[in-house]
Design a protein around this ligand. Sequence first.
Ligand code: ADP
Ligand code: MG
Length: 697
Amino acid sequence: MPYGLSNIMIDGIANISVQELRGVGPKLASTLADYGVRHVEDLLFHLPLRYQDRTRVTPIATAREGADVVIEGEVRAADVVFGRRRSLVARIQDGSGTLTLRFFHFSAAQKNNLQTGSRLRCFGQVRRGGSGLEMYHPEYRVLQDEDVAVEEALTPIYPTTAGIGQNQWRKLCKQALDRLHREQVDELLPPSGKYPYELTKALQYLHTPPPDAAQELLREGKHPAQLRLALEELVAHNLSLHRLRERQQEEGAPALPLNKEALGAFLASLPFTPTNAQRHVLQEIAIDLAKPVPMMRLVQGDVGSGKTLVAAGAALQAISSGYQVAIMAPTEILAEQHWRNFCQWFEPFNITMEWLSGRTKGNKRLTALGRIASGDASLVIGTHALFQDNVAFACLGLVVVDEQHRFGVHQRLALTKKAAPQQGRAHQLVMTATPIPRTLSMVAYADLDCSIIDELPPGRSPVTTALIDSSRREDVVARVAAACSEGRQAYWVCTLIEESDVLQAQAAEATAAELRAGLPHLAIGLIHGRLKPLEKAAIMAAFKSGELALLVATTVIEVGVDVPNASLMIIENPERLGLAQLHQLRGRVGRGLQASHCVLLYQTPLSANGKQRLSVMRESSDGFYIAEKDLELRGPGEVLGTRQTGLMEFRIASLPAHSHLLDEVQFIANAIRESYPERTDPLIHRWTGSGQQFAKV
Ligand code: ADP
Ligand code: MG
């Protein structure tokens, strides 16, 4: 139909429905649509996760353990074996060696197929078993006399979803590729750039890499075809974050002019003078707040760099303009520390404060909600309970989020919406003590302006870090005892992988009991997340006053404890934690004048990666360096702690593999915003599909 044809030529492949493909009826189309695949182009951008090589037959003798390979050989023996589990076991031989096939589930027909003397071609993962090389449940076919061709291209493994199998994806993508010969995929990047690969070719290559493809490069995500698409995906991501930012800025925010007198009086009331870095960041914030567009600023500063002071300056500016401020921390302990700090700092200024956490219940809660809604409370401090729907503010002007990496972008934005509607958004100040590598923040926080506090207050002493394996635990306990007998104080940190408060508390309780038994003359305290706020406060106070010599703790002390006399920290099983978290923990010591020590008491055997990570801690105390290493060794999801939010779930781009593209990404994204704004939507649509995770907020 000529009419239809011209339509296709004008619209391109982006508008051909998947229903036009063979085998796609309304039911499959709807399953695909749920997955964000509606058009043929969406299939082209449904990229393989990895590949299998079925293009050649591997001699058994050269098959590597762990590799997925095709082997071909003759069945020498096949038996049903009654071990712990009944299984069908066949040995096959190919002239170079023998390999065992194992089937734990099998049919009578299979048993008949695997007769001694028949020839098989198998595909599966090679593993090492009791009898040499083995494959469990390989795919296989019995070969007759005919020559069966091997595959012509590497076999793509696609991301799948319930209701669509691997083979179905392969068939669909193959049909989409066939269409590529007739119809165009729109090139959406600016024509002026030099790109590592041509778009259509890149898609073809990645869906069907030739047998001689550089598989190593593909595995690492560094093939030029991958680079081309990763570049585009990162550009799309950048555009969508900017779009989000623009939308918020269009909503406006109350202008909160700087009150120089109030700030001057506040700074003068402190027992110290702000560092230059603090002054600089205070100034950046003051300028932002005075504008009628919402500030969206990220303050990064190493542990102990004094971010709280900066937040206080911002809060004062908002409150003197008659607006409310919400300060939100990820844990109750940290929120409590802020509460104490701000009570003390703001006392002379007659600022009304309110506390709200998940544990604020009953009448207390009602009173708090009432004071927040009426505007009687100017400064509200709490945990993520502040996000909840039933918390309404009279006139919220500024939201301060501490320790950003634990909150997702959605949570962060949900709170800024709590400003009264006629005022638009609240200003946003995000503070993180986990330095975020520049590369990562360019991607994850492209919607935020960034300030860095790159200077510590004077008088901090560096912490010496030692790696000691758990067989020397007794020595470490003796060292703690010796230090405490000299009047020093120490932390003993218990770690568990489980997020469960209960299990963490149990582990810490057990450790405390053991240490108390071994060191009866020492005053040992215990703190964990299950304690009531008052109990926690009492224990912290006792430790701070020196009444307790040793504090056994879960990672709750990661944030928010400031005891300058504590100069020794033992971290048990540090290999379970990320470097950023270890760095945070370690930041609790080295706050006083005496030399401080941190002992990483690791469990053996330690993986090579684990060893490398802990060595980074020994070598460096620079938060940014540590964060870069963490990114290298653990990947961005772990570093940001946002795996669940989907923020960093790219189809093809990955960090740090593609970090080197980021400058170009920014350049291209700017060029599109300036010269090709009409391409923004199609690009975002192409890469985020119906996911649209950024446009929703
Ligand atoms: P972080 O950046 O880790 O949140 P804090 O704001 O908790 O750091 O500050 C750590 C400690 O340093 C606090 O006891 C704080 O009072 C103190 N502090 C902050 N700024 C300065 C400064 N300029 N000079 C001396 N001490 C400071
Ligand atoms: Mg802090």
